[in-house]
Design a protein around this ligand. Structure first.
Ligand code: GLN
Length: 551
């Protein structure tokens, strides 16, 4: 049924947010470093077709793939760890599964049968679990099941896993269950009961885990491992400790230490290739943990209360930080808290500023004021998507001196819509999956900051937007010093703007953060960090001169 591909299922219990995505990505990294070809997919039990229509407060960032899928943020972790792109097929939700089954039912494809959760929904889930493995491109497909065991909505997924284990056989499938071993401070003890109960819930659904990964604040010790093993029908080496780590990037090393990859290979009867070659990863950690200097960067956005809302941006700074060996202290600044009067007070301590992507008008004037501040004070700036669009609006208002300027998204009746709705969006009624999504080519201008950063004439970056730079203002903008330095060669859409006479002012319509990985830190984040270092040095120099003159 599956060829020679092996399937690993990762489920979670006791609590959510224990890091199934990171454990999956870490295991995949270890197997990949042993020469195996691995991909990871996420199956989410919610009813939305995809997370594209979800508010970031609900579910964190929406990650976008090259082929334009709006996906769970865990796919970002998979790509950052493996440095291999994911696709539409790597993220499946209950909504998507039901949609296909219902569409088939309407077409009459079930030939008069009663359509039921079992077998029709489970068959659709099984089919989608196997799709990537059947391409022949992978030795191992890891499937992470969202939610926790015991949730009503994850039942069809777990039943599909149970059936697949039977269909494909024990040596072709493996179940990993991630649980929590809490520390009860009053008793001074680590407790295994929640793990035992969680494994029992899984057993009640017919799934015997092969590996239990225990998230813990403290070392488990041999006796706790033995206890978990005994109550879960496992050998002690099948109980893996996942202790809280300072950074998610430490987890592959910790899993290697715990021999997670060895247990997995043994259980799946796969050849135990030479130990993982993690030299690039180790070097990355070495650089990350031993910075030679540091900068302060502000992320100005409106979802700052929830760190997951800008996950890929935060991670891209970590990759850039390791590459430049410059620690980035990232501060999240709420754009609603910013206004003309408090710019200096709120922003003067930063060496660089990023204005975040977003939708809608909340906090927009704070973002526009931020752009004015970085432009006038020559602070390094990166504007992403909406961040680029507000930079264009600011320039039109304050330098072109046009009146009634805005983006059509925020003021459709504005006289000067310097950012306008894209023509092919005019007829769009449905919100889900209808933006300009995924990878598009962009051609860079010679002698631009971006050309220096990418060192390439043509790039491909991922998108997620409905509005665009209005080309009827192009000449005015360019004459006044806001250069279009990146253009889509097919549609002429302006993808990048740069300010002349500024050390580093770059606005991009695309999302560079989606393509930054450990192995390939993104040039624009590196560029911003380097510009921030230069800005910091220049400010220090200025202060020294000031001090001297005051003496
Ligand atoms: N809201 C803007 C648009 O749709 C920007 C989108 C974004 O920042 N991702 O064009």
């Amino acid at each position: 049924m599956s060829g020679s591909c092996k399937y690993i299922f990762v489920t979670g219990g006791v609590a959510s947010s224990l890091g199934k995505g990171i454990i999956s990505a870490s295991l995949a990294k270890l197997l990949q470093s042993r020469g195996y070809s691995v991909t990871i997919q996420k199956f989410d039990p919610y009813i939305n077709i995809d997370p594209g229509t979800l508010n970031p407060y609900e579910h964190g960032e929406c990650f976008v793939t090259d082929d334009g899928a709006e996906t769970d943020l865990d796919l970002g972790h998979y790509e950052r760890f493996l440095n291999v792109p994911t696709s539409q097929a790597n993220n499946v939700t209950t909504g998507l599964v039901y949609q296909s089954v219902i569409n088939k039912e309407r077409k009459g494809e079930y030939l008069g049968k009663t359509v039921q959760v079992i077998p029709h929904i489970t068959d659709e889930i099984k089919k989608r679990i196997l799709i990537l493995g059947q391409t022949g491109r992978y030795d191992v497909v890891i499937t992470e099941i969202g939610g926790t065991v015991g949730d009503i909505e994850s039942l069809p997924f777990l039943e599909s896993v149970r059936q697949l284990r039977w269909d494909l056989g024990q040596v072709n499938t493996l179940s990993i269950h991630l649980t929590l071993v809490p520390y009860i401070a009053a008793a001074g003890e680590l407790k295994t009961k929640p793990t035992q109960n969680s494994v029992k819930s899984l057993l009640a659904l017919g799934i015997q885990p092969d590996v239990v990964v225990c998230r813990t604040e403290y070392e488990l010790g041999e006796s706790i491992k033995k206890k978990v093993a005994q109550f879960c029908n496992l050998m002690p080496n099948q109980v893996i400790q996942s202790i809280d780590a300072a950074s998610i990037y430490e987890v592959p090393m910790m899993m290697k230490e715990e021999k997670l990859d060895e247990v997995v290979l043994e259980k799946l009867q796969m050849p135990s290739t030479p130990a993982p070659d993690l030299r690039v990863w180790e070097e990355f950690l070495q650089h990350l943990n031993n910075p030679s200097n540091s900068v302060r960067i502000a992320l100005v956005g409106k979802y700052v209360e929830l760190k997951d809302a800008y996950k890929s941006i935060a991670e891209a700074f970590i990759h850039g930080s390791a590459d430049t060996q410059c620690k980035v202290h990232l501060s999240w600044v709420h754009s609603e808290s910013l206004n003309e009067g408090n710019m200096h007070e709120k922003l003067h301590s930063f060496d660089g500023i990023l204005v975040a992507p977003g939708f809608g008008g909340r906090g927009i004037e704070g973002k526009i004021e931020t752009v004015k501040y970085v432009r006038e004070n020559k602070v390094p700036f990166l504007g992403i998507c909406l961040g680029m669009q507000v930079a264009v609006v600011e320039f039109a208002r304050n330098l072109l001196k046009l009146d009634d300027v805005h983006s059509a998204e925020l003021k459709p009746e504005a006289k000067n819509k310097v950012i306008d709705l894209m023509a092919d969006q005019l007829e769009v009624k449905n919100k889900g999956g209808t933006m300009r999504l995924g990878a598009y080519t962009c051609r860079l201008e010679d002698d631009s900051k971006v050309m220096q950063a990418y060192k390439r004439k043509e790039i491909s970056e991922r998108h997620r937007h409905r509005y665009e730079y209005n080309n009827s203002y192009l000449e005015q903008f360019e004459m006044a010093g806001l250069k279009a330095t990146g253009i889509n060669p097919e549609s002429n859409l302006v993808e990048i703007v740069e300010l002349e006479d500024h050390p580093w002012f770059v606005g991009v319509q695309f999302h560079p953060e989606y393509k930054s990985t450990v192995a390939n830190p993104h040039p624009l984040f590196i560029g911003l960090i380097q510009a921030a270092v230069a800005h910091q040095n220049a400010s220090k120099q200025k202060n020294k001169v000031k001090l001297k003159n005051n003496k």
